[in-house]
Design a protein around this ligand. Sequence first.
Ligand code: ATP
Ligand code: MG
Length: 259
Amino acid sequence: MEIIAIANQKGGVGKTTTAVNLTASLADKRQHVLLIDLDPQGNATTGTGLHKNELELTIADVLLDGVSLQEAIVKSPAGFDVIAANRELAGMDITLMGQTNSHELLKSALSDLVAEQANQQSQPYDYIILDCAPSLNLLTVNALVATDGVIIPMQCEYYALEGLADLSQTIERLTELNPKLHIRGVVRTLFDARNTLANDVSQELDAHFGDIMYRTHIPRNVRLAEAPAHGIPVLAYERWSKGARAYQKLADEVIEQSN
Ligand code: ATP
Ligand code: MG
């Protein structure tokens, strides 16, 4: 089992789009996958067809009330397992302030899940994907403490290089809490091949961070933006769209890394 956090402090760079569509593509390749929404915005939850305000149990019940992950798993209409999130998750920083183990709540919930699955001899997950919020709050720290690898979605714009340098530093600092933490890869999102600046920045990224850059570029593709409105991953919305094919290629690269 591998845990992968999709993180970038910057907002709107395609984290949730990547989390949902990478999960769907991995599931399509017969991987057993669980998607955990760690953002009070609940975009990954809605994006997989769940109604975020009509759920019995969410990640908030797991992190704040000690409910087990196993109990909170919902089968999404998209066909894979999801731990949902909604506004109840907001304010977690304040609720847990002063609690000594507050940064490793997710980590311990995940090890309980693994133990429970082994106990019940149920099929273990191949991948657990964590969709993080655009900030370095306690929730994101929980994700980075629980995970080994981080996938960073990044837009090829002027400040991308600085942003990536900052993020690497943050991750480096957090290795104090989680020695195994590392950048699994950086994926270029919302990529427009006709844009000269995007191409220049993309080349710079290859030059400076070549060994952690995924080969797959996720293009700016309207189908990727439309699919969440229907509560389905792009694969179920338009399988042959450029966006769907790009996320399938990314899933191939992720699986390749595991082998
Ligand atoms: P936040 O920081 O708020 O969590 P995010 O990093 O999760 O945002 P997304 O929600 O995935 O970013 O994407 C932001 C917006 O851009 C959404 O409306 C999404 O549908 C759209 N979008 C993301 N990727 C693409 C793409 N490759 N092509 C077209 N639209 C995209
Ligand atoms: Mg998001």
